[in-house]
Design a protein around this ligand. Structure first.
Ligand code: GTP
Ligand code: MG
Length: 202
């Protein structure tokens, strides 16, 4: 899957601001600061189209990126930012819930988890919820550049066990710094988004 032209197609807080349901979508979920926006920039080869910040709570709207007119990547606000005021947290929660609840062209979820740590309670809750709604999930284990290469298999195993998923579920160690894992992730996205035989490069 090669990505050539990307544009920010919509910035939405409420459903009427979503783009029309014309293209398949892949949404990126995970706790605040886990690296969702950085991951999207890495995939689309842009340094800062999706806004990134050291401070959690950077992405506060649902941002739809048009990928070569073939699909949308959807950057969501992160969950689990404890320092945000309660009413803000509720607002973000509601925004994400509304989007995930009933988006018919949402093909699958890319769920980001920090490779350094056990999945949090909220990570596990989010995954339960995705299963409940029958969304297929690709797990991306972010910030792999922050651990030693030799430690990667151990961390992958720890997270796989905590999530309770077998080897049929894809877990991709990834770094937005080094771009490790990028090609594998693009291939997995392509496979889940397009029916067999159809190809984004066609
Ligand atoms: P919210 O929008 O708040 O939900 O956060 P986010 O998940 O979009 O995270 P974002 O991409 O803004 O990244 C948060 C911080 O982590 C930034 O300082 C990034 O530079 C850093 N970061 C993201 N991915 C990586 C990575 O793979 N390796 C390293 N070392 N840092 C990363
Ligand atoms: Mg973000």
């Amino acid at each position: 899957m090669k990505i050539l032209n990307v544009a920010l197609a919509a910035v939405a807080a409420v459903p009427k601001q979503y783009p029309e349901v014309t293209l398949p979508e892949m949404a990126f979920v995970g706790r605040s600061n886990v690296g969702k926006s950085s991951l999207i920039n890495a995939l689309i080869n842009r340094r800062a189209l999706a806004r990134v910040s050291q401070n959690p709570g950077k992405t506060r709207t649902i941002n739809f990126y048009d990928i070569d007119g073939k699909m949308y990547f959807v950057d969501l606000p992160g969950y689990g930012y404890a320092k945000a005021p309660k009413n803000e947290r509720e607002k973000w929660g509601e925004m994400i819930d509304k989007y995930l609840y009933n988006r018919e062209n949402l093909k699958a979820i890319v769920h980001l988890i920090d490779i350094r740590h056990e999945p949090s309670k909220q990570d596990l809750q989010m995954y339960e919820w995705m299963k409940h709604y029958n969304y297929k999930t690709i797990f991306v284990l972010t910030k792999m550049d922050k651990i030693k290469r030799s430690q990667v298999p151990k961390h992958v195993k720890m997270i796989r066990q905590a999530l309770g998923v077998g080897t049929d579920t894809v877990l991709i160690p990834f770094s937005s710094e080094t771009k490790q894992g990028k090609e594998e992730l693009l291939a997995a996205i392509q496979k889940l988004t397009f029916d067999e035989g159809e190809n984004i490069d066609d």
